[in-house]
Design a protein around this ligand. Structure first.
Ligand code: FMN
Length: 342
């Protein structure tokens, strides 16, 4: 018999359970601390000079510029702050990556800048002050950027509602390849019947031990939507969506500290099912982060009456596809660049 088993045999059960609880608290606290330290050790910082972490901030900048380019109401001269950011990260990437001319993020930077230049030239807008924010060779490379030469796209394109009519009959690969985040919606009301079908599909999402911890708040009160998105802060400049979903995870479905990340895993999987089901039923959608500060978390809980035992996972805006709408390209890395075969 093991020493542990011998001690267990002579220890009263309530005391044994108490001791197990204390052990779990200590090891859980350690695991959380190590996880948090690892996260903070490796996140991309403003001062980061290595390739991976410069790429993170360049990708963030490119996406912000793409969002500006994909607004229905295009605003000439927008994005000076983000353009300065892109200029800085591209210059840093030149130093961090000797192969920067072939770097997909660097090429995306040129491509998105190219679209920015082209759209402003078409409007006759003087870009000289923006040009001065870039090293000359980057600005000129962007001017000359041709998709045919590099096969890396970035920026925005127009999506038509007509391409979505037959979505329910499409196979999964085609459906997934054509799903994009859409941030502006038609004026049509969203049918509750269709939303209920969407939820029914998403219920088939796998979850740890089938515990099904995910909860969904469907918000249609326009005032609440506006207040929630104001607190969220990542949907500025767009008209309010007719429907806003908040996906949360019920922590009561989990049992110990080792499961602390599972609410996000299960909630994330469920959210992706929702996104595909929305796409299949011909509804436009955009996931929005719930990376709340403490005050955002408190304000959101109060506004939407979210109980303490639930964790916000993400929002999803939902609406009908407008006849045509500009969307961000959001180019992906190649599979070879992320898959390690062991
Ligand atoms: C968890 C999560 C949070 C996101 N947060 C925001 C957000 O706050 N604002 C926004 O406009 N888009 C947000 N997005 C949408 C992403 O920008 C978008 O999914 C990404 O660029 C890929 O583009 P695609 O969805 O068109 O394929 C978020 C996406 C995810 C998955």
């Amino acid at each position: 018999m093991s020493i542990k088993q011998s001690i267990k045999n002579i220890t009263p059960e309530p005391l044994w359970n108490e001791l197990r609880g204390v052990k779990e608290q200590i090891s859980g606290g350690k695991a959380r601390r190590i996880q948090s330290r690892r996260f903070m050790r490796w996140v991309s910082r403003n001062s980061s000079t290595d390739k991976a972490r410069i790429e993170t901030r360049l990708a963030f900048g490119i996406h912000r510029l793409e969002k500006g380019l994909s607004h229905v109401q295009f605003r000439d001269g927008f994005g000076r702050g983000v353009l300065a950011e892109i200029s800085r990260r591209m210059s840093l990437l030149e130093k961090a990556d000797s192969e920067y001319r072939k770097n997909p993020l660097y090429l995306q930077g040129l491509a998105v800048l190219h679209e920015y230049q082209r759209r402003h030239e078409a409007d006759g807008y003087d870009l000289s002050s923006i040009k001065s924010m870039f090293p000359e060779h980057i600005w000129n490379a962007a001017c000359k950027y041709r998709l045919e030469d590099h096969a890396v796209k970035a920026g925005s394109f127009m999506m038509n509602a007509s391409s979505k009519i037959d979505n329910l009959n499409k196979g999964f690969v085609e459906l997934a390849e054509h799903r994009y985040s859409v941030r502006e919606y038609s004026s049509d009301a969203v049918s509750q019947k269709v939303l209920d079908k969407v939820y029914a599909v998403a219920m088939k999402t796998p979850s740890v031990c089938n515990r099904q911890a995910t909860r969904v708040y469907q918000i249609t009160d326009s005032e609440k939507i506006e207040r929630a998105l104001k607190i969220q802060g990542g949907f500025g400049g767009y008209a309010m969506p007719p429907v806003l979903l908040l996906v949360t995870s019920d922590i009561r479905a989990f049992m110990n500290s080792n499961e602390r990340n599972e609410p996000f895993v299960d909630g994330g999987l469920f959210s992706m099912s929702l996104l595909y089901a929305l796409e299949a039923y011909g509804l436009a959608a955009c996931p929005l982060n719930a990376m709340f500060s403490l005050s955002q978390d408190q304000a959101t809980r109060k506004l939407l009456n979210i109980p303490d035992y639930e964790m916000p996972i993400m929002y999803i805006t939902v609406g009908g596809f407008p006849n045509s709408v500009p969307v961000c390209c959001s180019v992906r890395r190649s599979p070879e660049s992320i898959v390690t075969r062991i």
